[in-house]
Design a protein around this ligand. Structure first.
Ligand code: CNA
Length: 263
C-alpha cells in the first residue's frame, strides 16, 4: 500500500507534511480551502485550480525514484501480488509496473470522462488543452471533461473492490509513505491475516500501526528512499536494483535523444 510519501523524493509534495505539503501551499491555486481542489461542487463553479494542479502532474514532469523501482523489482521477482496506491501521479506505471498489478485507488490521469454525457476518453485527448491552460471540453456535447481522479464523495474505481480479496491472501503487507488517514483505503491495512507481518516504511507511525499495533508489525521510520535502500541491502538485491535503475535511466536518455515524448 502506497501514498504520497513515496513520491516526495521525486519532487511531488504530499498533502499533509507540515510546511512542504500541498495543503500548506495552495495559495497559488486561488481556492477557499485546501480540500476544494478535489470537490465536485467547487469544480463545477471553477475547474481551473484542479487543472492547474493537473498540469503540474503532467506525465514526464517527474520521474520515479528508488521506491517505485523497488516495487517494480518486487514485481520482476514474482513477489508483488498487487500494488494499492493512493497516488495520482502515475509514477508506478512509469516505473514499469503493469496496470494489471496496480489498483490506483484514487483514480488516474490516464483516462477521463465527460461530466455531462459520460463519454470516456484516453488521457492523450485532454492533455493538450490542460498544457495550454484551457479547460478540456467534450468533442460530442461540450461538457467539461474530468480526468478520472476520484473526488471527495465519488465512488472508488471498480478495481478497488475487484482486488480487495488480495488482502486475506497476502503473506506480507508493506505500507509506504502514507498517513493512513483516508478511508476506505486506510482500513485495508487491517485486511491481512493476524499472523501476517506488516511493515510500515514512513516518516512517522500512522493509522492502525499506532492505535491497534499487531505483534508481528515492523516499523521503519525515516526517509522512504533511505529505508528502501536499507531493505534492498538486507535482501541482497543491491546489484539487481542498480541494474534496474541503470536500465531505466538509459531508456530515458534514449528517449531524450529521440526528442520529447508524450508518454
Ligand atoms: P498524506 O496524507 O500527505 O501522507 C503522506 C505520508 O507520507 C505522511 O505520513 C508523511 O510523513 C509521509 N512522508 C512524506 N514524505 C516522506 C518521505 N520522504 N519518507 C517517508 N515518509 C514520507 O498522503 P496520503 O497518500 O496518505 O493521503 C492520501 C491522499 C494524498 C490521496 O488522495 C492522494 O491522491 C493524495 N496525494 C497524492 C499525491 C501523488 O499522487 N503523488 C500527492 C499529494 C497528495
Amino acid at each position: 500500500m502506497a501514498g504520497a510519501g513515496i513520491s516526495t523524493p521525486s519532487g511531488i509534495p504530499d498533502f499533509r507534511s507540515p510546511g512542504s505539503g500541498l495543503y500548506s501551499n495552495l495559495q497559488q491555486y486561488d481556492i477557499p480551502y485546501p480540500e476544494a481542489i478535489f470537490e465536485l461542487t467547487f469544480f463545477f463553479q471553477n475547474p481551473k485550480p484542479f487543472f492547474t494542479l493537473a498540469k503540474e502532474l503532467y506525465p514526464g514532469n517527474f520521474r520515479p525514484n528508488l521506491t517505485h523501482y523497488f516495487l517494480r523489482l518486487l514485481h520482476e521477482k514474482g513477489l508483488l501480488l498487487r500494488l494499492y496506491t493512493q497516488n495520482i501521479d502515475g509514477l508506478e506505471r512509469v516505473s514499469g509496473i503493469p496496470a494489471s498489478k496496480l489498483v490506483e485507488a484514487h483514480g488516474t490521469f490516464a483516462s477521463a470522462t465527460c461530466t455531462v454525457c459520460l463519454r470516456r476518453c484516453p488521457g492523450e485527448d485532454f492533455w493538450a488543452d490542460v498544457l495550454a491552460d484551457r479547460v478540456p471540453c467534450c468533442g460530442v456535447c461540450t461538457g467539461i471533461v474530468k480526468p478520472d481522479i476520484v473526488f471527495f464523495g465519488e465512488a472508488l474505481p471498480e478495481r478497488f473492490l475487484l482486488h480487495v480479496v488480495d488482502f486475506p491472501m497476502a503473506d506480507l503487507l508493506v505500507v509506504l509513505g502514507t498517513s493512513l488517514e483516508v478511508e476506505p483505503f486506510a482500513s485495508l491495512s487491517e485486511g491481512v491475516r493476524n499472523s501476517v507481518p506488516r511493515v510500515l516504511i514512513n516518516q512517522d507511525v500512522v493509522g492502525t500501526f499506532a492505535w491497534r499495533p499487531r505483534s508481528r508489525d515492523v516499523v521503519q521510520l525515516g526517509d522512504v528512499v533511505h529505508s528502501v535502500e536499507k531493505l534492498v541491502k538486507l535482501l541482497g538485491w543491491t546489484e539487481d536494483m542498480r541494474d534496474l535503475v541503470h536500465q531505466e535511466t538509459e531508456k530515458v536518455l534514449r528517449m531524450g535523444r529521440k526528442g520529447p515524448s508524450a508518454a
